[in-house]
Design a protein around this ligand. Structure first.
Ligand code: NAD
Ligand code: GLY
Length: 351
């Protein structure tokens, strides 16, 4: 078992280990004394893990209720959020009660946002069950839902009180969903940790506990410096500007992690063409992504990607900040005009 401490505005531990689901109740009592708790999960995860989580929390003295919604990004919206908030109110949760997010990033974002706004904020615990949630979304306090106008447009910063990462739950993940998380794992190496990137040559699954712990330490370093996302935290968006555009161009047929993999290759290839990144690093990135079954070629044209990338509602004026790898382990924030971005994407997608 590994514990990583996060010194955010509200400090908390991330506990990483195997079969922790059966002791999640006891672990939770270290930070929140037994109270009424609402486990939030989706239907797929509920069928696999809800009973075990419920049993452990009940045995530890919690009065447990559960809210289950249909799996998938389509549920991460204001309609589900309102149903959840009404459910909490109907069951009379008070400010001294808490919530538990049991699932992937969709569940974590939804439960965390409900916890942030219900009675102006109650405590919650994250129990991630996807690799992406384990290495990224369960830590750092970004919560939220999608609006019709775009992804994650309504949200709040609300740190969990504890993260319990039971990586044995990852054994039931379909291969493609595990691979999506691998893209985020590789991303940490490319951003600022070459030694970690190199260690991934041994594969991610055989060293899963240390891989998750190292990703969390990397995320911790960024979050502790820029919790509210006004600078350095944007580095975590490596591959995401092009990645989001790939997702949109494919009508979301291409999953997030697959799109981020394509996005990372595109920006690194552009950096190589600009003479600011060694070609050998691009080849290493492509090998690393392929080893985990991720795509590296973009099926869309540069102008399609540019159009989709600049439709992003979060863009500021006629400038955009992109994360550019100067080498593996040295990625930097670069603000550019839309004309420069268009040129950069064209370089990244030409052979
Ligand atoms: P997800 O939560 O939709 O999970 C993917 C699928 O896997 C779902 O169908 C789910 O039911 C299933 N699943 C989950 N755990 C399982 C298990 N152990 N076994 C079998 N099936 C399981 O998606 P995700 O990839 O975990 O998260 C994506 C979401 O995370 C997006 O909404 C994204 O915006 C958000 N996100 C948030 C942050 C943040 O900092 N808050 C960071 C990155 C991503
Ligand atoms: N995954 C992006 C962030 O937490 O900032």
């Amino acid at each position: 078992m590994t514990t990583v401490k996060i010194n955010a505005s509200t400090p908390y531990d991330v506990i990483i280990g195997t079969n922790l689901l059966d002791t999640c109740g006891e672990l939770s009592t270290r930070v929140i004394k037994p109270c009424k708790t609402c486990i939030v999960t989706d239907d797929t995860v509920a069928a696999l893990y809800l009973d075990r989580a419920k049993k452990s929390l009940t045995n530890a003295g919690y009065d447990v209720i559960s809210f289950v919604f249909p799996h998938g990004e389509a549920s991460k919206n204001t309609a589900t959020l309102i149903k959840l908030l009404e459910f909490l109110a109907k069951n009379r949760l008070t400010r001294s009660d808490c919530m538990v997010a049991l699932g992937g990033g969709v569940v974590g974002d939804m439960c965390g946002f409900a916890a942030a706004v219900y009675l102006r904020g109650i405590k919650f615990i994250q129990i991630p069950t996807t690799l992406l949630a384990a290495v990224d979304s369960s830590v750092g306090g970004k919560t939220g839902v999608d609006l019709v106008a775009g992804k994650n447009l309504a949200g709040a910063f609300h740190q969990p009180s504890l993260v319990i990462c039971d990586y044995s739950t990852l054994n039931t993940l379909p291969e493609n969903i595990f691979a999506d998380g691998c893209a985020e794992v590789i991303k940490y190496g490319v951003i600022n940790d070459k030694a970690f990137f190199d260690s991934l040559r041994m594969g991610i699954r055989p060293q899963i506990e240390s891989v998750i712990a190292e990703c969390i330490r990397n995320k911790r370093d960024v979050v502790e410096e820029d919790e509210f996302d006004s600078g350095k935290r944007q580095l975590l968006n490596l591959g995401h500007t092009v990645g989001h555009a790939v997702e949109a161009c494919s009508n979301f047929e291409i999953s997030h992690g697959n799109a981020v993999a394509i996005g990372m290759v595109t920006v690194m290839r552009a950096a190589v063409k600009c003479g600011i990144c060694p070609e050998a690093d691009l080849n290493s990135l492509i090998c690393s992504l392929r080893r985990e079954g991720l795509p590296t070629e973009c099926p869309f044209k540069a102008d399609e990607i540019f159009e989709a990338a600049t439709a992003d509602k979060k863009r500021q004026g006629d400038k955009i900040t992109l994360v550019i790898p100067y080498s593996i382990g040295d990625s930097r924030l670069v603000t550019m005009t839309l004309t420069e971005l268009s040129d950069f994407i064209a370089k990244g997608l030409s052979k």
